[in-house]
Design a protein around this ligand. Structure first.
Ligand code: PGA
Length: 263
């Protein structure tokens, strides 16, 4: 990276919008989705597009997406490659199913499935070790925002998730700032509120991993992002894309959101 100036690295930072299907769609529904979605986003090369369906959909969807510019991501992984870990899926399995990305530490996994900053860190290392791009989710709950703890919480989650990584690894991954109170609630953070936290996160990356990694790392916003608010959010200087739940579930709706989020 050293041959580029910071300004050049920032210029090269490509927007990335990922659709998180959560626990929605069967494999056949996801295949139909992908078939309908591809023609709608054909030719879009200024936004990296990723679809993250349930794990049963990954392999069949990868067949449809093959040769397109649309990437495929999982919603979770386990950090061991194989073994007696009933119910878990490893990085080599995700690669084999056609994945290039994996969401790690989503707030729903932290809230319902006991994920901690330590397990997130193990998963991030496993993903990077196998060449998967992690999308690491961080964000405060309403109580924490209201008691002025947003920065402390985000600081702990970002530092915990990135612990022990190299600057080059951090430069290559994606962080998703998702205020938990905005997820699935229709309450979006204002662009200014989101920008403030994104700027704060980039500052943590700069302090721990250097200015180049901070200039390169992409930080998505997530939490009720929609076709009609994406442009305002994504035009903030430190917002590089979105992690979209509800608004990604129809091909038309998600394609419109992505189109509205182009530079
Ligand atoms: P939402 O979900 O867009 O439905 O708010 C975002 C997310 O949880 O990733």
């Amino acid at each position: 990276m050293a041959e580029y100036t910071l300004k050049e690295i920032i210029m090269q930072r490509k927007r990335i919008i990922a659709g998180n299907f959560k626990m929605n769609k069967t494999a056949s529904e996801a295949v139909e989705y992908a078939k309908a979605f591809l023609p709608l986003v054909k030719g879009i090369d200024d936004v990296e597009i990723v679809l993250c369906p349930p794990s049963t959909c990954l392999q069949p969807m990868s067949v449809v997406l093959e040769g397109s510019a649309v990437g495929l991501g999982a919603q979770n992984l386990y950090w061991k490659d194989s073994g007696a870990f009933t119910g878990e899926i490893s990085a080599p399995m995700l690669l084999d199913a056609g994945c290039g990305y994996v969401i790690i530490g989503h707030s729903e996994r932290r809230a319902y499935f006991g994920e901690t900053d330590q397990t997130v860190n193990e998963k991030v290392k496993a993903a990077l070790g196998h060449g998967l791009t992690p999308i690491i989710c961080v964000g405060e709950v309403l109580e924490e925002r209201e008691s002025g703890e947003t920065e402390a919480v985000v600081d702990r989650q970002v530092r915990g998730g990135l612990a022990g990584l190299s600057s080059d690894q951090v430069a290559s991954l994606v962080i998703a700032y998702e205020p938990v109170w905005a997820i699935g609630t229709g309450k979006t953070a204002t662009p200014q509120m989101a920008q403030e936290v994104h700027h704060f996160i980039r500052g943590i990356v700069a302090a721990d991993f250097g200015a180049e990694a901070a200039a390169a790392v992409r930080i998505q916003y997530g939490g009720s992002m929609k076709a009609d608010n994406v442009a305002e959010l994504i035009s903030q200087p430190d917002i590089d894309g979105g992690l979209v739940g509800g608004a990604c579930l129809t091909p038309d709706g998600f394609a419109t959101l992505i189109t509205n989020g182009r530079p």
